[in-house]
Design a protein around this ligand. Sequence first.
Ligand code: PMP
Length: 360
Amino acid sequence: MSRAYNFCAGPAALPEPVLRQARDEMLDWRGTGMSVMEMSHRSDEFVEIAETAEKDLRELAGISDDYAVLFMQGGASGQFATVPLNLLGENTRVDYVNTGIWSKKAIAEAKRYATVNVAASSEDRGFTTVPDQSEWNTSADAAYLHYTPNETIGGLEYDFVPDSGRVPLVADMSSNILSRPVDVNRFGLIYAGAQKNIGPSGLVVVIIRKDLLGRARPETPTMMNYQVMADNASMYNTPATYSWYLAGLVFKWLKEQGGVDAMEALNYRKSKKLYDYIDASGFYANPIEPRFRSWMNVPFTLADDSLNGAFLKGADERGLLNLEGHRSVGGMRASIYNAMPEAGVDALIDYMAGFVKEHG
Ligand code: PMP
């Protein structure tokens, strides 16, 4: 059996030791005679799996008791509606920053429930930069300020945490959670779809400051009500048990690797060598202002678009998979989350350099 280097944006590569452990525990989880998939979510065994995962996540991300951690469903896209439904309260106004396709989706959904003020946008600059915070037109009375710290499709990542004053800061960290240290205390709410840096799809992790609970609009579906989820330890209904278990294995693996600090060093190195190579190649290009280049998602184009097919075919043959860029932007994209080893990036650069020799 040979494992490929999978550069998919999500669902993304998982750490191999995690998959091996899941395989070993598949038929009989620790003498229970059953798979985690087959366990009651109310069993002592599963409750322990769930609680341990939460404890490890709290430790990894430095989440204090002032915050609730929720393991919900409906993906990050579900949160686009869940956030306004829960945080608006009596307010009608919310602030959003528009830095790419995921920001736009969050804005479009919020507009169904609230008056959205787009406080800043880099759309007129092709989403290649983050507007300087001094230019943001935020509202002092907004229910919250929402932004997308890492735009998965554009490959744009903030290198700062916005200052939202007394307004709760809300972040869609789907594609960069746990990739480097973040001060959770700066945020009112963080959410992240699991299928990039946490585990399999089917799970969305929500970290919410407890004073923001209990404000849901009356029409909020019960399943989307943060207070209900918090009161029921995310088990109001049957949660995504297997995804939760695998997330727990990923958290343990992360701790063994040295936690988020170690990931920061690794992710910096991996992304820097790829961008350095792209810039020096004279053949590949990345359009993002260097300061805001994502450490997780690296889009690039070839000097000649008509070579895209040959590039992807050759990459596939070498076990470098899923390098095709998002259908909305074209070109290539290498997603290099925590689980992508440095050797995978080295193999990619090696292939890219060989391709230039042949076709450049
Ligand atoms: N936000 C961001 C930043 C994403 O990258 C994605 C998924 N690629 C989403 C939201 C949507 O996530 P989901 O598919 O879990 O709804």
